[in-house]
Structure formats: C-alpha cells, structure tokens
Design a protein around this ligand. Structure first.
Ligand SMILES: [Zn+2]
Length: 158
C-alpha cells in the first residue's frame, strides 16, 4: 500500500511540519481559493487536511473520489493525534527524508561536504548529514529531530 500524501490547508498549517518529521509528503496550501486546493489534491492524489467544513461537503469528497479529513481541534497536538489515529500513521515512517520547511526530498551529504556549513560542535559529534536541494538547509540526526519524533509518539499514545 502506498503511503498517503497530504495537502495541508493554511488553517491547520502546523500539521505540515509534523507530517514531514515523520516522512510523509505534506504540501502546504496557502492560496485563497478552495477550488485550487481541491484541484491540486485531485491532480496529485493527496489527502486534504482542513478545518473548512465547506471543503468536506463538496461532492468530490462526499462521493469518495477525494479524501479530506475535517480536523476537529484548534490545538496542533490534538490535530496531529486525530490524523495519526485516523490513518494509522507511523511516527518513524521515513525520518530525515523531507525538508521540514519546503517538503523537498533531502539528499545525503558526507561529513567533508558539510564541514564549513555546520557548527563545529555538530561536526565533531555527528556523522550523518542530509541537505535540502531547495533551501540548502542541512539536517543531522541531532537531539531536535529525536525530540520531535518522541513528541509525536506521545500524541499517539494519547
Ligand atoms: Zn528546504
């Protein structure tokens, strides 16, 4: 079974970053027109996450052609819990696969390649690096990412 891909409406925008931490492709939508959101979701086979009841009442959703999840809570942690539970997502699906900022697939970099690009203490302690080809951000398996994954697992246990 293919992993779900998402399009995240601006009213639940924080979900995009959390989904990327897990490794799920999550495109952020900040356009004004619902029709554009729906068209992108259909074209790219993405599940819509939104708080907009008008979107989930559209015929294309009610007839099952397009999957859209109406997010219940205002709180990002509750929102994430709802999505993880409904779709049975894996919090450690593909760590370090996607840029948290722009959803681009990350590329592996050797220690030498990042020597002048990361803080010295990081260079001394970390061996595995990935880089976003779009924004050039460099990630490493440091404590920040681990802490985010642990938080996600806590959401899941409820
Ligand atoms: Zn990026």
């Amino acid at each position: 079974m293919n992993a779900p891909k998402f399009i995240v409406d601006h009213n639940v925008g924080k979900l995009a970053k959390w989904l990327r931490v897990m490794g799920y492709d999550a495109q952020f939508f900040n356009g004004a027109d619902d029709a554009d959101l729906v068209a992108m979701a259909l074209a790219e086979g993405r599940v819509i996450l939104t708080r907009d009841t008008r979107i989930v009442k559209r015929r294309v959703v009610t007839n099952g052609r397009l999957k859209a999840i109406l997010i219940q809570s205002d709180a990002p942690e509750q929102q994430m819990r709802q999505v993880i539970d409904m779709l049975n997502l894996d919090c450690r699906f593909r760590p370090f696969a996607l840029c948290l900022e722009c959803n681009q697939p990350l590329q592996e970099r050797s220690k030498e390649q990042v020597k002048d690009l990361v803080p010295p203490y990081v260079f001394q302690t970390q061996n595995q690096y990935v880089e976003c080809p779009n924004c050039r951000r460099i990630y490493w398996r440091g404590t920040h990412w681990q802490a985010m994954t642990r938080r996600l697992e806590k959401f899941r246990k409820g």
